[in-house]
Design a protein around this ligand. Structure first.
Ligand SMILES: [Zn+2]
Ligand SMILES: [Zn+2]
Length: 337
């Protein structure tokens, strides 16, 4: 272990959220001590997610600020405690789902993503926009060795939520992806590897995102307002724009499904019932289960999924978030502490 990995000094740098409308602030904090069952991690990389924008904007509430954001964490295990002494020295990923009760009807029926007492990383508990973090060992995933940490980080939310959204599409022959950012970029690769034909819908005139999509193997890329080149078996709306839902619905073949992949979206405009008729479905996906995580992280190196990452130093978390908001990069922003 080199000096940079030794938590001997006792303090760490962290970016904290203090309230809606206030910029993230860099602070010095004590390095957290892991409870029984928790791992102490040296953060290697933490990818930024659109949910982080919803959190700083107050569209998703942080009940108890100040809070360290960040829920796509790859870290090296420094202390495993009773939870995982064998994990020390290895890398794990920490996702959005940070804790569940294990007792409720959802937890006991394979739907822990809906646990009403669930606690979420970087929202209800401190996350990875810091040099160190602690995480419940039961909710961490081993990182596939093929991935450098910064390449693996976007898999932990964009990848896992994207994967859950893809599963909710059933077995589509054709798939529309509305909003071609980090999640769509990952899940397009998984879908294409499964023989699904992918159509990418982006903001009008976003040539860069359209090129990103076709470079990954999308058969067609165009503006969201354009009609789909053929009726779609399913569509996933990743962009937080409610207007896209009726557009995606109209692009579906009978029996098709629109999956809304985000945690927040602007209001969905009304639409004629005939657009829903013929057993079309609109549904959301919420959070992830650990089973989703294990499946996706086993699948990713087989595809193999490649992530496009834009590294930022930790203290530039605010700039990374604004660049995400303005669509200034394709793929994912990843903070490197
Ligand atoms: Zn529960
Ligand atoms: Zn996320």
């Amino acid at each position: 272990m080199d000096r940079a990995q030794t938590p001997a000094a006792g303090t760490m740098r962290a970016m904290i959220f203090e309230g809606v409308g206030r910029p993230l602030r860099e602070v010095s904090r004590p390095i957290p001590a892991p409870d029984a069952g928790q791992l102490l991690l040296r953060v290697q990389a933490c990818a930024v997610c659109r949910t982080d924008l919803h959190l700083i904007d107050g569209e998703v509430e942080i009940a108890e600020p100040p809070r360290i954001l960040g829920h796509q964490i790859v870290g090296t295990v420094l202390e495993g405690g009773a939870a995982g002494p064998d994990l020390v020295g290895g890398r794990v990923g920490v996702p959005w789902l940070g804790w569940t009760c294990g007792e409720c009807e959802y937890c006991t029926s394979g739907r822990e993503n809906l646990c009403p007492r669930a606690r979420f990383t970087g929202c209800d508990i401190d996350g990875g926009m810091a040099e160190y973090t602690v995480a419940d060992a039961r909710f961490c995933f081993p990182i596939p060795p093929a991935y450098p940490s910064e390449q693996a980080a976007p898999l932990l939310c964009a990848g896992l939520i994207g994967y859950r959204a893809l599963r909710m599409c059933g077995e589509p022959r054709t798939l529309g992806l509305y909003g071609f950012g980090a999640a769509a970029g990952i899940i397009a690769q998984v879908a294409i590897a499964q023989g699904i034909r992918v159509f990418a819908f982006t903001r009008s005139g976003d040539a860069e995102a359209q090129e990103f999509a076709t470079a990954l193997g999308a058969e067609w890329a165009g503006a969201s307002e354009q009609p789909a080149p053929e009726p779609l078996s399913a569509a996933i709306v990743f962009a937080p724009v409610g207007e896209l839902v009726p557009l995606a619905l109209r692009a579906l073949a009978p029996g098709g499904t629109v999956v809304c992949g985000g945690i927040h979206m602007s209001d969905i405009p009304s639409f004629p019932y005939r657009d829903l008729w013929e057993e079309r479905v609109i549904r959301s996906v919420a959070n992830l289960t650990r089973a989703d995580g294990h499946e996706m992280l086993a699948l990713a190196p087989q595809v193999p999924v490649r992530t496009r990452v834009n590294p930022y130093p930790l203290q530039d978390a605010g700039r990374a978030l604004e660049d995400l908001r303005e669509g200034r990069f394709t793929g994912s922003a990843v903070l490197i502490p």
